[in-house]
Design a protein around this ligand. Structure first.
Ligand code: RNT
Ligand code: ZN
Length: 423
């Protein structure tokens, strides 16, 4: 009987020929996959809990981790251990995406306006050890000063200033992270501010948000150290009538101030496609951050699967050669299944979308399009769905030295038995 790896190699050779007949070089696609670096959200490991000494759990802005699957990480050590395990089952290189509430506070009560680079040094060191870059996020929720539903756009001046201070601190920490790791840290700002019922002063809150951002971003850091991204949202549970940080708001702010737009595909009308927005945004801002997720009826942050929404996002990035202008991050947190398994499924699904995009016969499709041959374009796109993509993906996992295909299921189960079940 043929060994498993021999089989995978043979299947790859067949796939290579099949794609070559369409003018696509699978080896080139595999090489290009090295440029697809995905930032893993630390918050999938512990349901967005973090490590502040506080008793408040996740709240605010309509984000909610649901489920109570056993084995969630409860210490920094466990988060690291879990992410290391997940990374060992994912091909290619990733980055870490950390929220400010995950600081290494050593049992000390450090409020959000007091955090410093030293509280994140052990994370920086861990990333150095792993040989990976790191991204960062201010945490403007799950805090008594966010309980009113307003943070940077709050009419309570004391609260507003507190959050401005937090954001300033987070940007400074991000710059230190990027400086030490030698790769720019993308700092993302998302606020939960908004209103359940019809507000009368939308302008007032947006004016305050603009003012707060201007204050918090007054210091300019070198682009080699950190870059600012801002994430809009259309709706949320308890924020049905208005969110202050809308797409128009941040689009305007980013264009005017040369910042990055963060597009989370759970943050728009359900039939809007984030993939369609990329080409417009990149005409007016230099770079984008993506929060790839899977909204199910609402911004539910389900684990990413290889669906058409994610495919369009990846295809638009690849078709336009935007990999150097688009930073790929994930944003899901499912507490109802094995959390390490969630990382692996979601990250691999995202990678598959990029790989599929890299295997598209782009020039042929473009030729059809420009000649108004729309039947041919549709037919070829449809046929591409059943080409030997799986063989290329399996081969990629094989050469990257990670479990091929469903083999990672057993690895996750083993980790659950040996590590998670003992927590
Ligand atoms: C919330 C935003 C935001 C958060 C993370 C935890 O709707 O998507 O990005 O999910 O910051
Ligand atoms: Zn997000």
């Amino acid at each position: 009987m043929m060994t498993k790896s021999k089989l995978i190699e043979q299947a790859y050779d067949l796939a290579k020929e099949q794609y070559a007949s369409l003018g696509v070089d699978t080896d080139t696609a595999l090489k290009k996959m090295k440029e697809v670096v995905i930032s893993l959200q630390c918050w999938q490991a512990d349901d967005v809990g973090g490590f502040e000494t506080k008793d408040s759990s996740l709240s605010g802005g309509g984000i909610q981790a649901t489920g109570s699957y056993p084995g969630k990480a409860t210490t920094i050590q466990e988060v690291r251990e879990d992410i290391e395990k997940a990374m060992s089952l994912i091909p290619g290189k990733q980055r870490l995406n950390l929220h400010a509430i995950y600081g290494d506070f050593q049992g000390e009560k450090v409020d959000r306006d007091e955090i410093e680079p030293k509280h994140f040094q052990s994370w920086i060191d861990w990333c150095k050890d792993q040989g990976i870059g790191m991204d960062f996020n201010a945490t403007l929720f799950s805090h008594p000063r966010a309980a009113s539903g307003f943070t940077l756009s709050s009419k309570n001046e004391e609260d507003r200033r507190f959050w401005v201070e937090h954001l300033k601190k987070c940007r400074a920490i991000s710059a230190e992270i990027g400086k030490q790791l030698g790769t720019p840290c993308i700092h993302n700002t998302w606020i939960p501010d908004g209103s359940k019922d019809l507000p009368v002063d939308r302008y007032g809150h947006r004016l305050l948000l603009k003012k707060s951002l201007d204050e918090a971003m007054a210091v300019d850091y070198p682009k080699e150290y950190m870059k600012d991204a801002m994430e809009s949202k259309l709706f949320g549970i308890g924020l049905e009538s208005m969110t202050v940080g809308s797409h128009e708001f941040y689009m305007g702010y980013a264009v005017k101030n040369n910042k990055l737009i963060c597009l989370d595909n759970g943050h728009f009308h359900p039939t809007e496609q984030v993939g369609d927005k990329i080409s417009s945004c990149l005409l007016f801002v230099d770079e984008l951050l993506l929060h790839i997720t899977r909204p199910v009826r609402w911004d539910s942050d389900h684990v990413v699967t290889l669906n058409e929404d994610v495919q369009l996002i990846a295809s638009e990035v690849i078709r336009n050669d935007f990999l150097n202008r688009v930073h790929v991050g994930l944003d899901f947190f499912d507490a109802s299944i094995n959390r390490i398994g969630a990382y692996v499924v979601g990250t691999r699904a995202t990678q598959k979308a990029f790989m599929k995009a890299l295997l598209e016969p782009a020039s042929l499709l473009r030729k059809y399009e420009e000649a108004d041959r729309y039947f041919e374009r549709l037919a070829l796109m449809e046929e591409l769905k059943t080409k030997l993509f799986g063989a290329v993906w399996d081969y990629f996992c094989l050469v990257e030295n990670v479990p091929v295909g469903e083999d990672y299921i057993g690895e996750v189960e083993k980790y659950e038995k040996e590590v998670l079940s003992k927590r």
